[in-house]
Each structure stands twice: as structure tokens, then as C-alpha cells.
Ligand binder design. Structure first.
Ligand SMILES: [Zn+2]
Length: 175
């Protein structure tokens, strides 16, 4: 299951009856309780956000600065909540993405991300911001990949490094 990603905050919920490789319409996140349905997002500097509830419901988000500024992970935690699953029981993992030292953004983007006035470009750490948002939403188990797509560029594709390639992040419920 892969969607056309538009750096938004639309979370697509998937039920049963899917077969083979499916490319859906617009969306930057997927959620399902179905066994054997793999969810995928493509990434090169943005953050793949893996979310798992012990009941077996899973979600996977593609969160760059726009998704992060718009509170995508908070919305996704709320989607679990609406389905009767407490964010306190979620596990969230933030996968390989550009790190805070490598990611410089404009003053405007910094303001949108941090909520504080900024008058010059500066570095932001998307994964730290996402971890704070998840924590504020009630998530207790949060882990973070140590890899940076930009400075570990021999191992990963990085948009900022000029790569056209993308990583694919995948999550699937097996049991
Ligand atoms: Zn880095």
C-alpha cells in the first residue's frame, strides 16, 4: 500500500480486500488493523514514523517539515484514540531521516516548526520535534534511529544531498 505523497497530513485507513501492490490517492500516512497488509512510504530526508498498538493496529507516516509543523503525529495518535486505542499504549519509532545538524531551514519554516519567532535560517531536528509531539499526545514508548540520511549518505538516499532515489519504509502486521 503506497500513496501519492504530498507532504500533507492525510491518514488513509485501510480495511480488508486488498490484493497485490496498491497505489492509492493522496495521503502521507496509512493505518490498518489487517494482517498481511504492508504499509509503505517513500522517504529521503523526511521522517518515517512507525506507530504500533499492542492490539495489532499499525500506522506509518511520512513527515517532513510540513507534516511536522501541521502536527501529523498528533493527528495520527488521535486517530488511534478514536478507534478506542489509547496513545499511552502506542509504540512510536522515528526512522532514518535528516538530522538536526544537517537540516537548515529558512526563518519562516523554523517559526512554523517551533512556534517561536525566528529572524534567520537555522537548524531544526525533525525527529526531536516529532518525539516531543508524540510525548505530548501521551505516547510513552518512543525510539529514534541514530542514522542521518544526509551525513550517512553512503548508506541512504538524501534529497538534500541531491539524490533522486528514495528509501521505502514498510510496516506489516503478521499475527
Ligand atoms: Zn546529519
Amino acid at each position: 500500500m503506497l500513496a501519492r505523497q504530498v507532504h500533507g497530513t492525510k491518514l488513509l485507513e485501510h480495511g480488508s480486500g486488498m490484493q497485490g501492490w496498491v497505489r492509492t490517492g493522496e495521503g502521507d500516512g496509512h493505518l490498518t488493523s489487517e494482517r498481511g497488509l504492508a504499509l509503505a512510504v517513500s522517504i529521503a530526508d523526511c521522517v518515517p514514523v512507525f506507530m504500533v498498538h499492542p492490539s495489532g493496529t499499525i500506522a506509518l507516516l511520512h513527515s517532513g517539515w510540513r507534516g511536522t509543523a501541521a502536527g501529523f503525529v498528533t493527528r495520527a495518535a488521535a486517530a488511534f484514540s478514536m478507534l478506542g486505542m489509547s496513545p499511552k499504549e502506542l509504540r512510536v519509532h522515528l526512522g532514518p531521516a535528516i538530522c538536526g545538524r544537517c537540516y537548515e531551514v529558512s526563518a519562516d519554516v523554523r517559526e512554523q516548526l517551533t512556534g517561536h519567532p525566528a529572524n534567520r535560517p537555522g537548524q531544526v531536528d525533525l525527529r526531536s520535534l516529532l518525539a516531543e509531539q508524540a510525548s505530548a499526545a501521551g505516547v510513552r514508548q518512543i525510539s529514534m534511529s541514530p542514522w542521518c540520511t544526509r551525513h550517512d549518505n553512503e548508506r541512504f538516499f538524501s534529497h538534500r544531498a541531491g539524490d533522486a532515489g528514495r528509501q521505502v519504509a514498510v510496516i506489516m502486521r503478521r499475527l
